[in-house]
Ligand binder design. Structure first.
Ligand SMILES: [Zn+2]
Length: 886
């Protein structure tokens, strides 16, 4: 799946909590422990499913028959499989070779999400066909078989159906061994209304029935995990192209197919590259990307084999609203889901413990692919931000190892987090840099070949990489994936002698909330460079190391920023690097900003160091460097919430730095301007608006007022950000105007954007109105949770209290499997110590002890904010007094 990031991601990346570090413990070998990984009784396994499905979209229900070929390995008189919210009408079993069927009595365990079929006599070992007749419900959130409603081109309400089965929701449509290791083939046939398009993993053939309906039979899939099955149905259009013998398709609601052109073009480029990279060609005859209107709080796209599902905002480009950032997101999302067609679909993790194998790898691959196909986007510079996203959590007690043991469905859902995705990605980037691109790719190819159609654990990958690289990569991989936390590399005083510089390095741990924590030990691959010079490499092990470089000068450690660790320089060296900032590679400029921001707020170096960098950054620095500076300042702005006087001083400094950059860019895109420039423009408008910059707010208002008469006043690239500024500073009349626009809007993308904006008003009374509106029928069932999330960005306590007070209504508007995550996320931005007790009370009343990951992460973030405010911000105040102003 492609994670949906919190809108406050930029601010979150700056979260920091004071901590000291302890010295590293001696090296010991961390080993993976094999775990049992099934919740179903062993002894019976499926090999093939024949499923006949008749959905009734209007009644939100379906009827079905599943005929499952099973192998009974050990004599048994019962079979247990997964089923959730299904009603069984009949169950029987017959030998596969022919012979009389035996009826079964059915019992259902709703808590365990299982159904057990008991037979009058024991089944001898052998092959059988289990026939189940049943019915189920079609939901409104992206879980199991669900519907999405939207206004059609003719103004009438339309309903389309889709499925979402990861991680454990195939059982809501098919009684099944719903665990990744139980791979089987699937042959789906569906009886559906004439005139609608039915889509699944494989190509289908339609026949018209006597009653006018159509029956579509899809070819059987290869052996695969249940969570990868897909079915979609609606008034769709499809465009297709053939590449390397595979039919690539995009499918949208009628009328929107032109907006999927870029996604289709991108898929062509990506398929060619992946066929080469993985060394195993894409094995299915076709690969569709199916667009769904609406949204989920938790994901933007899903890698169903041969039939990727993507919410419209991550697949369609509408000239009326789409930005350069959206364009990049369409490419990145497609690259992520297509990487899964191999890493996840062809070769699947054995159990959710190794989910990162899917997600870390796909996240890394999306970045690699994007850089290769679109070097003009400079996307490799975004790697630091992604790494920071993981480190925010990984430097607190609320973290967990990349490989973690999972027991329950809820735990599996919580595993789709920044550690699994971003840390997984960062660790892969580091290991690839350590062994080299060619060795890494050869290892991946060997892994694909060895495990196609099978299941794996992380060590299967390390084994192949190590063989290809002839380097001891497994030990390093274990250090970073089996233990939690962020290494800290302290850079000692460099010694320059005879034209050579030697720098001592020591390894500690970067922990923000456990000052007395004994540091864990990591083997850390380190790359260092003197500005303009060549890379030097070393492996820090046993807590100590050193690196030698040709020449003399200030040394940048973690040059190229592929390492997963924080770098702490002695004050003199930091000053030297700050002085040479303009001459550093852009990625190292971003790395230096990132480390000094985090280490500063943690009390390991002056908190103002990052502001000194911001002050000295040249106007001509890369757009992404300025994007980072804007992100750091926006993060600090949030830390001053509740202190308006002090916040104003910071804002004045920020505006003084950022307004000249904005002036240089201008509001109007220049012909042929670089993509990162367009992204920076939108970010700066947003940040300057947050900082209360009167010039930017007035210009946004002016353009908004003019847009109905003069569409050029708000081109598509600016529409979302201009409306966001207007909504943020709206008065009641403006808010009512935005709501009227939302109500009248027919395009799902624009409509859901407008409703989300209603939640972002700073005016508290308007924020309250947005909360009330969210739970009415007006915004549509998939917009409510986003609106309340938008309110939470300004008023986390109010949004959290409101959502909890209306839990029944809320729960109809959040994906069932991920409910345990939503409430904690609303509270995440709070700086109120009282929120911690509220979160604990909520968790105590509603969550299993094993499902507290998101609550703990939110509590860590709140406690961090409280502590930083008390202990670190005074230093920033003092610096601003001396250096701020205009
Ligand atoms: Zn994914």
């Amino acid at each position: 799946m492609h994670r949906r990031l919190l809108s406050a991601a930029v601010a979150l990346a700056f979260a920091g909590l004071p901590a000291l570090h302890a010295d590293a413990a001696p090296v010991k070998t961390v080993k993976a422990a094999p775990e049992a990984t099934t919740q179903l009784p062993r002894g019976v396994a499926p090999t093939h499913y024949d499923i006949s499905l008749t959905p009734d979209a209007a009644k939100a229900s379906f009827a079905a028959r599943a005929v499952i070929s099973v192998t009974v390995a050990k004599a048994t008189d019962s079979i247990t499989l997964n089923a959730a919210d299904l009603k069984f009408a009949g169950a029987s079993i017959a030998p596969a070779a022919g012979g009389g069927a035996v009826e079964a009595t059915t019992s259902v365990n709703a808590d365990a999400q299982t159904a057990t079929f008991k037979f009058a006599r024991a089944l001898a070992p052998g092959m059988y066909r289990l026939t189940l007749d049943y019915s189920g419900a079609i939901g409104t959130q992206a879980v199991g078989l669900f519907s999405l409603d939207y206004p059609g081109a003719d103004g009438k309400q339309q309903r389309a159906l889709f499925t979402q089965f990861e991680n454990s929701d195939a059982r809501r449509m098919i009684p099944s061994w719903d665990e990744p290791a139980y791979k089987a083939s699937f042959a789906l046939d569906v009886t559906v209304p004439a005139g609608q398009m039915a889509v699944s993993n494989m190509p289908g053939k339609a026949e018209t029935l006597a009653d006018g309906r159509q029956r579509v039979r899809f070819a059987a899939t290869p052996k695969m995990s249940t969570y990868l099955l897909f079915f979609g149905l609606g008034d769709f259009e499809r465009a297709a192209a053939t590449v390397d013998g595979v039919e690539l398709g995009v499918i949208t609601r009628r009328g929107a197919i032109k907006q999927a052109e870029f996604a289709l073009e991108s898929s062509k480029t990506i398929l060619k590259e992946y066929n080469d990279y993985f060394g195993v060609r894409y094995p299915l005859p076709k690969l569709d990307n199916v667009a769904g209107p609406g949204q989920s709080q938790f994901f933007s796209a899903m890698e169903n084999w041969g039939a990727v599902f993507t919410f419209e905002y991550a697949l369609l480009l509408d000239p009326a609203i789409s930005t350069q950032g959206d364009r990049q997101n369409v490419f990145v999302t497609a690259a992520h889901e297509m990487a899964h067609q191999w890493f996840g679909d062809l070769v699947t993790m054995r159990w959710w413990d190794d989910l990162w194998l899917n997600e870390g790898f796909a996240s890394w691959m999306e970045g690699r692919m994007t850089q290769k196909a679109h070097p003009e986007w400079n996307a490799h510079l975004d790697a630091v931000g992604s790494r920071d996203g993981a480190m925010v959590r990984d430097s607190t007690a609320a973290t967990h190892p990349v490989v973690q043991h999972i027991e329950t469905v809820e735990q599996a859902s919580q595993a789709f987090d920044e550690i699994t995705y971003q840390k997984g990605e960062a660790v892969i980037r580091m290991l690839e840099a350590y062994v080299g691109e060619d060795a890494w790719r050869n290892g991946v190819r060997a892994y694909m070949k060895a495990h196609a159609y099978g299941n794996t654990v992380s060590d299967d990958l390390w084994k192949q990489i190590e063989k290809a690289a002839k380097k001891p990569v497994t030990a390093i991989a274990h250090d970073f994936t089996l233990q939690p936390g962020v290494p800290l590399i302290r850079v000692g005083e460099p010694v320059c002698s005879k034209g050579k510089t030697t720098v001592p390095l020591t390894q500690a741990e970067f922990s923000r909330d456990r000052p007395d924590k004994q540091a864990l030990a990591w083997r850390v691959p380190v790359i260092a460079r003197i500005a303009g010079g060549k890379d030097a490499r070393t492996l820090v092990a046993g807590g100590k190391g050193s690196v030698s470089l040709p020449g003399c000068g200030a040394v940048i450690v973690n040059a190229g920023q592929s390492g997963y660790y924080r770098t702490l320089y002695a004050p003199k060296q930091f000053a030297a690097l700050a002085q040479q900032f303009a001459g550093l590679a852009p990625i190292d400029q971003i790395g230096l900003l990132s480390d000094s921001a985090a280490l500063g707020l943690a009390g390991l170096q002056p908190a103002s160091d990052v502001l000194a960098l911001a002050k000295g950054a040249p106007l001509g620095a890369e757009p992404q460097v300025w994007s980072r500076i804007a992100g750091v300042l926006a993060g600090l702005h949030v830390r001053y919430e509740g202190e308006p006087e002090r916040q104003r001083v910071l804002d004045a400094f920020a505006v003084a730095r950022l307004a000249p950059v904005m002036a240089q860019l201008g509001w109007t895109a220049r012909e042929g301007e670089a993509a990162p420039v367009a992204n920076l423009r939108n970010q700066l408008i947003g940040t300057l608006s947050d900082m209360g910059d009167a010039t930017v707010i007035a210009e946004a208002r002016r353009r908004y007022a003019a847009m109905d008469q003069d569409p050029a006043a708000v081109p598509g690239q600016l529409r979302k950000i201009v409306l966001a500024v207007v909504a943020e500073h709206a008065d009641a009349a403006t808010w009512d105007g935005l709501r009227a626009r939302a109500k009248a809007e027919k395009t799902p993308l624009l409509k859901s954007n407008l409703y989300a904006l209603l939640g972002s008003a700073r005016d508290k009374a308007l924020a309250e109105r947005a909360l009330q509106l969210a739970l009415t029928d007006e915004p549509g069932l998939t917009s409510s949770a986003t609106m309340i999330g938008a309110v939470a960005a300004n008023y986390p306590e109010m949004a959290f209290d409101f959502a909890l007070a209306n839990q029944d209504k809320m729960n109809q508007r959040i994906d069932a499997t991920s409910r345990s995550r939503y409430y904690a996320r609303l509270a995440y931005r709070s700086s109120d110590p009282a929120m911690v007790a509220k979160l604990n009370a909520y968790a105590g009343a509603h969550l299993a002890p094993s499902a507290r990951g998101d609550v703990e992460a939110a509590i860590a973030a709140i406690q961090d904010r409280v502590k930083v405010k008390a202990e670190r911000l005074p230093e920033i105040d003092a610096w601003l007094k001396q250096n701020g102003g205009r």
